[in-house]
Design a protein around this ligand. Sequence first.
Ligand code: PAF
Length: 304
Amino acid sequence: MTDQQALLATTTSAVRAIIDEKVAELVAAGTARPKVGLVPTMGALHDGHGALFEQARAENDLVIASIFVNPLQFDQPEDYEHYPRDLEADLELVTEYGGDIVFAPSTQHMYPGFPDAPHIRVSAGQMGQMFEGASRPGHFDGVCTVVAKLWNILMPPPPAVFRSYFGRKDAQQLAIVTRMAKDLNIDVKIRPVELVRAPSGLALSSRNVRLDDHGMEKALGLSKALHFLSDQATRGEPLDISAARDMIRAHEDVDLDYLEIVDPDTLTPLTEEQLAAPLEREALALVAAWVPPVRLIDNMLLSP
Ligand code: PAF
């Protein structure tokens, strides 16, 4: 299902009717288990989203995009107010990226009675309070609440299978939504989409444009430190996290927020003993640092 303008729905009943109809058409045309992929977004689409859609398009019969600026995940009201919104441009991009359906509800449709609602929200627990969550209280609870609602609204009827796409760039978000699906028995398969790096190693981010040449060079400390740890892991050596931290701090105006190696399923930091022994299973290195004038995050899976 491509080459057509993506269909826009702004209400739950309208989007469900479209999904039901498309799934029935696929079944009638002989697809025993239609595959439906969801790319949840907050709009303001750019090429960074392209990779999510590309993978979703390649792996599914039907691709849904949700566009909703979720007030629950902003800790600063002014960030929420100033968040860019351009539904027309986003619709065109979803069509260009091969999406079939766009679900773009209003705030009142998603949260009737907002800001006094929703009364019941999902808690990301401990996993939402560390790392990025430490400086953004409530952010991951807001992400979990909206993602759970989107899954409930957009989950296709049987015999279709449902997949939801998240970038590895936001490793903590990916770990948390994966855990939520598991802990709450939600029948959705999480599909991670690889992080894209520049040839220099720098993780692509819309913030990179604010770095001058000197800033770019300093920013490279993050990916160099991650590669250093990844090489140690592959060689079965102890993971020298202090040396990796020093690589990032090599430039004096770079302010390292955190560099930790964690369990990818729970985000619990590895103990000193685990770091000193060869890795037994995959681990995740997470880093965030201020490289003036921007705050950058990056991460890498470390394989034994
Ligand atoms: O990653 C995002 O853009 C948002 O956190 C998400 C997953 C769309 C939820 O609002």
